[in-house]
Design a protein around this ligand. Structure first.
Ligand SMILES: NC(=O)c1ccc[n+]([C@@H]2O[C@H](COP(=O)([O-])OP(=O)(O)OC[C@H]3O[C@@H](n4cnc5c(N)ncnc54)[C@H](O)[C@@H]3O)[C@@H](O)[C@H]2O)c1
Length: 357
């Protein structure tokens, strides 16, 4: 099997995780990296030994030997870098959020599809042992019909800054706690529910804790709360915060004060909770708690995700994190911001089919 040459742009924590995954996969060759930050780039080159390294990502995209690009740049560069990569004939795996808006994501989907290239968004949590176990129980029908899910990603003191303080500046981040961590929580329950089509969103976002960090611009939300309706009748309740005076049932987490990441899916036969993992099942009319144990995977979520990306590139598997799903995910994010701005529920209309069908 011919190795696929991978270029990683942005060599912070996610770039390093993807690099570790690429090094562990026999069908991949970590060929190049790019980062404007010389020190970071040099440390990355020492650790992962790519054959080529560049400062600006645009230089890496001109390298004919690169087959696929993994984009780990600040959010506002996801769209231009993904588009430029696709135009240069590269397959794309892009960190979350896929883009800043659904409209941008639709452009990427179309441009990739026109050239028979793969656009894939990074959501390594979909591949973790707990998520895989829950997904298989949902598939087996163990939960019955899922009518409600609760998606939680809250921190009490966890406002990120990033190189150049871009996380808190709307024009470079696209938003705050919602687009940064809420997107993980929302995607987790949505994926486990089988990615139903979102139809309406009601939400409110808040900025109350900007005094906790020293940054030049802080014009994004530090908390977001949403209620999403789907075409199968199910609903999702989402809570995300970077900062808040949270209650003492949220466990401590280094660097973030306290943190709780959880997905709970309520079904007609059983309810399932990811953290700690357990099933709450109706057994002959009695509600029984069934503890679950997820087998530790043979590989990390990043590695399993990259394997799926490469298999999908080769036409040997369906992409788990598809461009269509990235569009829907961004429609929900857009809807949350729009609803909060307008102070009312906003609809998400089905996409019009091009042929009028
Ligand atoms: N999947 C996850 O769990 C996860 C975790 C953390 C971050 N992320 C995502 O990864 C992305 C990066 O986050 P981060 O925390 O590493 O941010 P960061 O600011 O620490 O790193 C971004 C890097 O991009 C580099 N860069 C900026 N412009 C560039 C250019 N034109 N060419 C080359 N390099 C350039 C910077 O020098 C920097 O090293 C974000 O979109 C974030 O949402 C995902």
């Amino acid at each position: 099997m011919e190795k696929i040459n991978i270029g990683i742009v942005g060599t912070g924590w996610p770039g390093q995780m993807h690099a570790g995954a690429a090094k562990a996969i026999s069908g991949a060759n970590l060929y190049a990296c790019a980062d404007l930050d010389e020190e970071r780039r040099a440390a990355f080159v020492r650790e992962y030994e790519p054959a080529r390294d560049y400062a600006d990502y645009e230089k890496l995209l001109q390298d004919k030997n690169v087959d696929a690009v993994i984009i780990c740049l600040p959010n506002f560069l996801h769209f231009p870098a993904s588009l430029a990569a696709i135009e240069a004939g590269k397959h794309v795996l892009c960190e979350k959020p896929p883009t800043l808006t659904a409209a941008e994501m639709k452009v990427l989907r179309q441009e990739a599809s026109k050239r028979s290239l793969l656009y894939y968004f990074s959501r390594q949590f979909r591949f973790t042992p707990g998520m895989r176990l829950v997904r298989s129980l949902v598939h087996e029908g163990r939960l019955g019909k899922i009518y409600h899910a609760k998606a939680t990603f809250v921190r009490s003191r966890g406002i990120p800054v990033g190189i150049g303080a871009w996380f808190t500046e709307k024009k470079r981040s696209g938003g705050g706690a919602l687009i940064d961590i809420g997107i993980h929580a929302l995607d987790a329950v949505w994926y486990l529910m089988g990615t139903p089509r979102p139809t309406a969103v009601s939400a409110q976002v808040f900025r109350n804790f900007e005094h906790l960090v020293k940054v030049p611009v802080f014009d994004v939300e530090d908390a977001a709360f949403g209620f999403i309706r789907f075409d199968n009748g199910a609903v999702v309740q989402l809570e995300a915060s970077w900062a808040g005076n949270l209650t003492d049932d949220v466990p401590p987490r280094q660097y973030f004060g306290t943190e709780l990441v959880n997905s709970v899916l309520y079904g007609t036969k059983a309810t399932i909770r990811l953290n700690p993992l357990a099933l709450f099942e109706d057994q002959k009319g009695k509600l029984v708690t069934v503890p679950l144990q997820a087998e530790p995977g043979e590989a990390s979520g990043f590695e399993l995700q990259l394997r799926n990306f490469l298999d999908a590139m080769r036409g040997q598997a369906d992409p788990v994190n598809s461009a269509d799903q990235a569009v829907s995910l961004m429609e929900m994010i857009d809807g949350i911001y729009a609803s909060s701005e307008l102070g009312r529920e906003v609809p998400i209309f089905p996409e019009q089919k091009k042929d009028g069908a």
